[in-house]
Design a protein around this ligand. Structure first.
Ligand SMILES: [Zn+2]
Length: 80
């Protein structure tokens, strides 16, 4: 069974057959698993895929922002 993965760095999709160490062929980054199944992915139009990618991008950026904020909070609390 193929799973759909996406790269958190260059946002390329990749189909991978059950492997825990899925790596992006473009940048070598560790891939994130998508919550879309293979059949749905195959039936997706290019537009749908782009929408999914944009949505994923937004989530990655939000997550990165959140991590930055928690880092700041940590360094601020060391001054107390
Ligand atoms: Zn990549």
């Amino acid at each position: 069974m193929l799973r759909i993965y996406i790269c958190p760095k260059c946002y390329n999709f990749r189909m991978v057959s059950k492997r825990p160490d899925a790596i992006c062929l473009h940048c070598g980054n560790k891939l994130d698993i998508c919550n879309i199944n293979y059949v749905d992915y195959i039936n997706m139009t290019q537009k749908k895929r782009n929408e999914f990618r944009e949505d994923y991008k937004r989530r990655v950026m939000l997550y990165a922002e959140k991590m930055q904020h928690s880092d700041q909070e940590k360094s601020e609390s060391t001054f107390l």
